[in-house]
Ligand binder design. Structure first.
Ligand code: CTP
Length: 217
């Protein structure tokens, strides 16, 4: 089956030489793309700027901003059986990017930010996607409650929740420890492991759920 995966950070320009971004390495999304390809799926990877190499055999679409990622997802979602949103999309961008480099003058500088497109939140409501929808939730408190809420609000079939208050997992790490949140309040905790091993397990679980929706994996 065809699977769309988003990965990495976005960059939101302040002026021609500066941007707002985050520490996402793209490792989780790239590991998922590699695992999905290894499991025989056709993979479309929509990625923000990262330093790691794209997995062989995967179709890569490079983007920089949240708006570009939104447009790429909208364009490529038709025909996909599953979509996995692992990108760390900026929630805000400068309301106006300066066309020339901002020179220093006053002692303080205020940037006005505006909300970016909520890509995951648009998948059901705007893009009318009917396939299997997977989101990530990075939380520092009330992990399961926030993840279950996100699952419902965004119409997901699965939210992969990770507690980013713990060091050594999640953002910019090689390991991750997640709890899977399914509809009807069902949760499954997966042990701490490399993102590569976790990606294989996640692709197996997602494929099983698609083939047999009542599956208890
Ligand atoms: N996401 C997205 N587009 C955005 C922001 C996030 O597609 N503009 C996706 C991420 O890829 C991830 C999920 O949404 O799969 C959760 O991101 P998160 O930022 O944790 O969601 P919140 O912004 O916290 O959602 P809310 O503020 O509604 O709780």
């Amino acid at each position: 089956m065809r699977i769309l995966i988003t990965a990495g950070p976005t960059r939101e320009p302040i002026d021609p030489v500066r941007f707002l971004s985050n520490r996402s390495s793209g490792r989780m999304g790239y590991a998922l793309a590699e695992a999905a390809h290894a499991a025989g799926h056709e993979v479309l990877l929509i990625s923000g700027p990262v330093t790691i190499s794209p997995p062989l055999g995967v179709q890569l679409v490079r983007i920089e901003t949240a708006r570009e990622m939104y447009n790429a997802v909208q364009a490529h979602l038709p025909g996909c059986a599953a979509a996995i949103f692992s990108a760390a999309v900026a929630d805000y961008r400068p309301a106006q990017a300066a066309t020339q480099k901002i020179k220093k003058s006053a002692t303080t500088l205020t940037l006005e930010l505006e909300r970016t497109e909520d890509i995951l939140g648009s998948v059901r409501s705007q893009f009318a996607f009917t396939g299997f929808l997977v989101g990530f939730a990075a939380e520092t408190e009330n992990l399961i409650a926030h993840a279950q809420d996100k699952l419902q609000r965004k119409g997901c079939d699965l939210i992969i929740a990770n507690d980013v208050s713990q060091s050594g997992i999640g953002f910019d790490s090689t390991e991750n420890e997640v709890t899977l949140c399914f509809p009807l309040g069902k949760t499954t905790a997966l042990p701490r492991q490399s993102k590569t091993a976790l990606a294989h397990e996640l692709i197996h679980i997602i494929s099983s759920r698609i083939q047999s929706p009542a599956s208890s994996i």
